[in-house]
Design a binder for this molecule. Structure first.
Ligand SMILES: NC(=O)c1ccc[n+]([C@@H]2O[C@H](COP(=O)([O-])OP(=O)(O)OC[C@H]3O[C@@H](n4cnc5c(N)ncnc54)[C@H](O)[C@@H]3O)[C@@H](O)[C@H]2O)c1
Length: 326
């Protein structure tokens, strides 16, 4: 374990999360998340782990120097897990098999499920009895459901990052209406990817409800569901390394303050939905993710049920394939 920065903590009032572990912290997303947590002083200590130890150290040095430039060195970066084996408040999993844009989504799921299984003891030890676990690795909802089934971690302490879908929805609505996306508020729930459910019923422009016609809705849905193939066609060899760390920082801050935000959570507390993981409006309350789903239209409700069913089936199939392969 190497420690970077012995930051001053005296002026800091102890608030959740005091410690965060990022698994996969040498990767694009993992390192970006560490950078945001440190630069915005969202936590006191970040533990960084990855297979690529040299890259991990390089990121730790680089981010520590960026903190000096930013004038705030309070967050301490530690390469490696807590030396005394103590748990952390939040475990962020960004470890992943290399992305293959041309690959089959199932291959990717298979590889990341295998990785999740490999990392399970570390995740459980780091989370301890009370820590929350945030998954970033894709397919995030299916892996969250698999983690629920594989681990002893209570399902309401598992959360998947899904904010990007809502950002892309706001961008698409802005394009359709010819207005700046900052003026749009709107959420995407359901499954990350094709099973996403844009909440047209809650869409606002400058805080006022917007009622879009069928043709406008169809164009917006085509826009957001086409995002991944447009990105893959670029063959960039990278994921969304700017948006995602910024979004993760926002989500962690929302969790800390109990603010409602979209995230992939367990549907167990939502009566009408199958037992699974999908994106819902959510709040972090007393260490647990709880649904804050308000009224939605019948079509949206149907979409959420379909998404939960699809994630449940994909996780069951992947776990079955995985078990029969070992
Ligand atoms: N949920 C979302 O909205 C969202 C957004 C962007 C990216 N992602 C996902 O996040 C994941 C990471 O993306 P990335 O661009 O950072 O990938 P990346 O390839 O840059 O990083 C992955 C990291 O995982 C590490 N790793 C692999 N096996 C490991 C192990 N056994 N232990 C520890 N570390 C290990 C690798 O060394 C690498 O540093 C991908 O699955 C990607 O699809 C999700």
């Amino acid at each position: 374990m190497t420690e970077h920065n012995r930051g001053e903590t005296a002026a800091h009032s102890p608030t959740w999360p005091t410690s965060v572990a990022v698994i996969g912290a040498a990767g694009l997303i993992g390192a970006g998340v560490v950078e945001r947590l440190a630069m915005e002083t969202i936590t006191d200590t970040v533990y960084m782990t990855d297979l690529r130890d040299n890259v991990l150290h390089a990121h730790a040095i680089d981010i520590t120097e960026a903190q000096i430039l930013g004038g705030n060195t309070r967050t301490r970066l530690v390469v490696g897990p807590p030396a005394d084996g103590s748990p952390v408040d939040l475990v962020i999993v960004a470890a992943s098999a290399p992305e293959t844009p041309d690959g089959d989504r199932r291959d990717f799921l298979r590889a990341n499920l295998k990785l999740l299984q490999l990392l399970l003891p570390d995740i459980e030890n780091l989370a301890g009895e009370h820590g929350a676990v945030m998954l970033l690795s894709n397919p995030v909802d299916v892996l969250a459901e698999a983690l629920r089934q594989l681990s002893g971690i209570s399902p309401d302490r598992i959360v998947g990052y899904s904010l990007n879908d809502s950002i892309r929805f706001r961008a698409a609505v802005g394009r359709e209406l010819g207005v700046s996306p900052e003026r749009i508020a709107g959420l995407v729930l359901g499954e990350h990817g094709d099973g996403q459910v844009p909440l047209f019923s809650g869409l606002t422009l400058d805080g006022k409800a917007v009622d879009l016609g069928t043709a406008e809705r169809v164009r917006i849905i085509t826009d957001i569901t086409g995002w991944f193939s447009r990105w893959s066609a670029l063959k960039p060899g990278r994921s969304s390394g700017w948006t995602t760390p910024l979004g993760v920082a926002q989500v962690v801050k929302a969790m800390a303050t109990g603010e409602i935000h979209p995230a992939t959570i367990w549907t167990g507390s939502v009566e009408s939905l199958p037992d699974s993981f999908i994106s819902l409006p959510t709040r972090f309350e007393q260490g647990r993710m709880v649904s804050a789903l308000g009224p939605v239209s019948e079509t949206e409700k149907e979409g959420l049920t379909q998404a939960a069913t699809s994630v449940e089936a994909a996780a069951a199939q992947a776990l079955q394939d995985f078990r029969s392969a070992i």
